[in-house]
Design a protein around this ligand. Structure first.
Ligand code: GDP
Ligand code: MN
Length: 375
C-alpha cells in the first residue's frame, strides 16, 4: 500500500525526521488560511500517488494568498481524482539529496541508497550515471551500523552540521522502514539548508500489503489503489498487479508467476494483470476469475503447481466459477501438483483449454490473445 506524501510526512515528523511546516486542504476555499499559517513563500503539492509531480506541474510555489488560491483552484479543477493538497512553507535549499531504504530481493537484505544529485531528475541520473547512486547493503537483524552510515554520508559529500543532521535523518528513516514493514521508504529531495539543517522535502512510504495485519493504523481505502480491482484484491488479501496488456494471469507462487510473466513476454504477449491464486488464496477461484474478467482480457491464463494448494481443489473452484460467471473469454489452464490426476475430469465440461505444461499453456494463451481472444 502506497501512502500519500502527507501521511508519510506525519509519520516522519513523529519519528524524528524534520519536515516543512504544512497544512492539508480539501478544497480551494481553505487555501488562504492554510497558506497564511505556514507563511510565504509556500509550496502547493497535489496529493496523488503517482510520482513525477514536479515535472507534471503538480508542485507549485506561491508568494501571495491570491497566487496560492489560484493554484489550488486550478489543481482541484484539473487534476482527476484529486482529494487533498498539501500547503507547505517553502524551504530554502542549498542541496537536494536522494535517500531511500528498500529490500534487496536477491540478497534478502536491506538496501540503503543515496545520491548527491537528488530531486526531480533522479531517474535520469540512475540511467545515465548509475555509479552516482550509492548503495549500502544492511543486515536486517543487525540494522544499520554506525560505520556504514558514516561511510555512506561521507561519500555523499556531507561534512560538519549537515553530516550530523543527515545522519540522524538516515538512521531514523531506516528504523521507520523496519518498524513499518515498508517495501520502500524514500526522501527525494532531502533538503540541506544554508544553515545546515536536513529537511525532508518529499516523502514516500510503501507498506508491504502482507504485513498490514500488523499495522491496524493503516486502513485499506480505495484511494490507495490504482483500480477497483486492485482495491478489492487488497481487501481479500490477494497479491495483485496491473500491467495494461491483454492476458490475465492467475499463478500460484511468486517464482512461477515471474517465470510465466517472462515466458509470455518472450513469446510476444502482454500481461493485463497478475493475480496470486496460490497460498492462502487457492480456494478463491470465483473472486480471482471475476477480478481478471474486470480487466477485459483476451484470455485468462492459469498456471499453478501446488502441494498444499491442491490442483483438484483449484480445478473445482474454477469449474464452479465458470458455471456462475459464464466468462466471455477463453481460459487456458495448466494445473499441476497434488491431485492433478483428477483435474482432467473436473474441468471436462468447463470449456477450459488445458495444457500439459507451462510452455504449452503460454504458447496457447499468447496465440489466442494475438488472434483477438477467439479460442
Ligand atoms: P515529485 O516530483 O512528485 O517527486 O515531488 P517533490 O515533492 O519531490 O517536488 C518536486 C521538486 O520541487 C523537488 O524535487 C524540489 O526540487 C522542488 N521543491 C518542492 N518543494 C520545495 C521547497 O520547499 N523548496 C525548494 N527549494 N524546492 C522545492
Ligand atoms: Mn520527490
Amino acid at each position: 500500500m502506497k501512502l500519500f506524501e502527507y501521511q508519510s510526512k506525519r509519520l516522519f515528523g513523529d519519528n524524528g525526521i524534520p519536515v516543512p511546516k504544512g497544512r492539508l486542504i480539501t478544497g480551494p476555499e481553505d487555501t488562504r488560511a492554510a497558506a497564511l499559517e505556514v507563511g510565504f513563500p509556500c509550496v502547493l503539492k497535489c496529493q496523488v500517488l503517482s510520482g513525477g509531480r514536479g515535472k507534471a506541474g503538480m508542485v507549485r510555489r506561491a508568494d501571495t494568498p491570491d497566487e496560492a488560491e489560484a493554484i489550488a483552484r486550478r489543481y482541484f479543477r484539473e487534476v482527476p481524482g484529486l482529494k487533498t493538497v498539501l500547503v507547505e512553507e517553502a524551504v530554502r535549499a542549498e542541496r537536494e539529496l536522494f535517500l531511500s531504504c528498500s529490500v534487496d530481493a536477491v540478497s534478502g537484505r536491506g538496501l540503503l541508497m543515496g545520491c548527491a544529485l537528488g530531486g526531480v531528475d533522479i531517474e535520469s541520473v540512475a540511467r545515465e550515471h548509475p555509479n552516482d547512486i550509492l548503495k549500502e547493503c544492511v543486515d536486517l537483524d543487525r540494522g544499520l551500523q554506525r560505520f556504514q552510515l558514516n561511510d555512506f554520508l561521507w561519500r555523499l559529500d556531507l561534512r560538519g552540521e549537515p553530516f550530523k543532521q543527515a545522519a540522524a535523518v538516515t538512521a531514523a528513516l531506516f528504523r521507520l522502514f523496519l518498524a513499518l514493514d515498508a517495501e520502500l521508504a524514500e526522501i527525494n529531495p532531502l533538503f540541506i539548508t544554508p544553515d545546515g539543517r536536513a529537511v525532508a522535502g518529499d516523502a514516500k512510504l510503501v507498506i508491504d500489503d502482507n504485513s498490514l495485519f500488523r499495522h491496524p493504523q493503516f486502513t485499506i481505502d480505495r484511494e490507495h489503489y490504482p483500480s477497483d480491482m486492485a482495491f478489492e484484491a487488497a481487501q481479500e488479501g490477494i497479491p495483485y498487479l496491473e500491467f495494461g496488456g491483454d492476458i490475465s494471469l492467475m499463478c500460484a507462487g511468486a517464482g512461477l508467476a515471474n517465470t510465466v510473466y517472462d515466458l509470455v513476454s518472450f513469446a510476444g504477449g502482454k500481461i493485463a494483470n497478475y493475480l496470486e491464486f496460490g497460498g492462502p488464496n487457492y480456494m478463491k477461484a470465483g473472486t480471482a476469475i471475476r477480478l481478471c474478467l474486470a480487466n477485459r482480457p483476451r484470455v485468462i491464463l492459469i498456471v499453478t503447481f501446488g502441494t498444499i494448494a491442491r490442483a483438484d481443489v483449484m480445478a473445482e473452484g474454477i469449474a464452479g466459477a465458470i458455471r456462475e460467471l459464464r466468462p466471455d473469454c477463453p481460459i487456458v489452464a495448466c494445473l499441476r501438483g497434488t491431485g492433478e490426476e483428477k483435474v482432467e475430469e473436473i474441468l471436462a465440461a468447463s470449456g477450459v483449454l488445458r495444457a500439459p505444461d507451462t510452455e504449452e499453456a503460454v504458447r496457447l494463451a499468447v496465440e489466442i490473445a494475438g488472434k483477438g481472444g477467439m479460442g
